[in-house]
Design a protein. Sequence first.
Length: 94
Amino acid sequence: MLFFSFFKTLVDQQITVELKNDIEITGTLRSVDQYLNIKLENITNKESIRYPHLNAVKTLFIRGSTIRYVHLPKSAIDVNLLQDAARKEAMVSK
């Protein structure tokens, strides 16, 4: 639940999602669920020549199991909040 709570704080931020098939998609995070499925709006892909079919798509739902990495802007990360949440979750699991 730690990552789910963390990603919920990033709604309306610009993020880049790297998929397991090496496609990188940048867009505005609109929603995330407990399975880390992500909905992005206003998407762009880095390799528009290689994947031209994505040029027409503006809103995208990405299944959490297909995501390799999520690249976040440094300014969007609250390190203190993340550390506190990790401590709380560690205390609950003991």
